[in-house]
Ligand binder design. Sequence first.
Ligand code: 4AD
Ligand code: MG
Length: 483
Amino acid sequence: MRRTRIAEVLSTERIGQTVNVKGWVRFFRQGRFLLLNDGSTIHNVQAVVDQEHFDEARIRKLTTGAAVSVTGEVVASAGTGQVVEIFVSDVTILGEAQPSEVQKTILQPKTHTLETLREQAHLRFRTSTFGAVFRIRHALAFAVHQYFNDRGYFNIHTPIVTAADAEGAGEMFQVTTLPLDRLPRTPDGLIDYGEDFFARKTSLTVSGQLEAELAALALGQVYTFGPTFRAENSNTSRHLAEFWMIEPEVAFNDLQDNMDLGEDFLRYCVRYATVHCADDLNFLHQREVKAEAQLLKDQRNEMPLLERLAFVIDNEFARLTYTEAIDVLRDSRPYKKGRFTYPVEWGTDLQSEHERYLVEKHFKKPVILVDYPAETKAFYMRLNQPDDQGRETVAAMDILFPGVGEIMGGSQREERLDVLRQRCDAFDIPAEEMWWYLDTRRFGTAVHSGFGLGFERLVMFVTGMGNIRDVIPFPRAPKSADF
Ligand code: 4AD
Ligand code: MG
């Protein structure tokens, strides 16, 4: 008999029909009620097992975690909590579960710490929380492609191994086949990369942007969606060493167009999740409300998850310049009372405490900051006219979200060859290695803009998960690359 997914059994009227479902045992209650989940939905199906019909050995194997196949009639449920259940006529154990003591506690339907689950990557998929998170992650990835496809963008696969440091931040993981214990040397003692696989020094990419710019200046509007790698030693709840980034790049768009695109795109993704992942979001919402009940009032989110999502869908983001943000911060109570740990000074990077104040306390909604000091941002961002005090800024934009901070970073690109060359020099970027990038400014250069959305930060916001390691199946972070 063909298997029916549990999502389908629960969502369609099948009373009186015989179905076969296959899944994993969540729980076997009172020697009679078997709760099964097959990953297709957050909901379990209840299968009623009449013990008299089955030998004891088989019943004993119906333990949490076991894979089973159940055949039976769909009947209206007498109990509360489910509309239908399956009255079992046959049950087969497909794979017994022999969990260790630790694994047993994990498989029990009670809350476990997310940290413990991170060490059990194979079992964490089996929990309701992570089932919900990864179904939502899938829906969001799908929404990304839907959004751009519907609007005539082309998906470009940019390289993972690259010789270019797009962000110029020197946080790259090197890729080499050279024997590390006996490196080939040039006559003057340097490492001879001519002997390496690609006959040059290569690394894992930190961004597909530079390559996407080449494509945008021919195909008009493109986007990348791929893994990116950063060897920054940030052991925080918002940083991964391997994360996924979405980078649209659009010819003829200026910074204003770029902001409009970023805001519309983010709203679309959040709305998509609320429409397509209602059950999973409801579950995560309840989970958060329960967890926060244990916290002091000022440690809780100001709005529960579903309200936060609705709020982003319904409200326009605040837009202001970096310079205006500095003024807001200097005028704030925490600044005046000396409660910020880091100084608030024009020309320095905003710290997460400052970003949080702007988003969560002052504006109480997502914020788009533009026109950052030139020294704090990457070489490819377009240089603005100096301000009335002669300070240099670039046409950068960062979008800040409650709970996650910077979710998106982008800019209008420097399309003027002479200015771009000066910026390369200022950042010590060897122009001869960047000939292919600089050449785009020689052959029909044009105003163009783009941004990078950190996919995991989006998933964090939508699921309400507090740690970025809990929204990617196999997190990579400093000193941590298990599985
Ligand atoms: O601001 P970033 O560094 O911008 C770029 O890489 C540009 N090339 C994007 C572009 O204009 N095409 O990174 C973009 C986003 C950040 O806003 C953040 O959401 C995410 O990527 N991000 C990270 N996410 C997880 N872990 C990390 N270590 C991240 N670093 C950046
Ligand atoms: Mg950034």
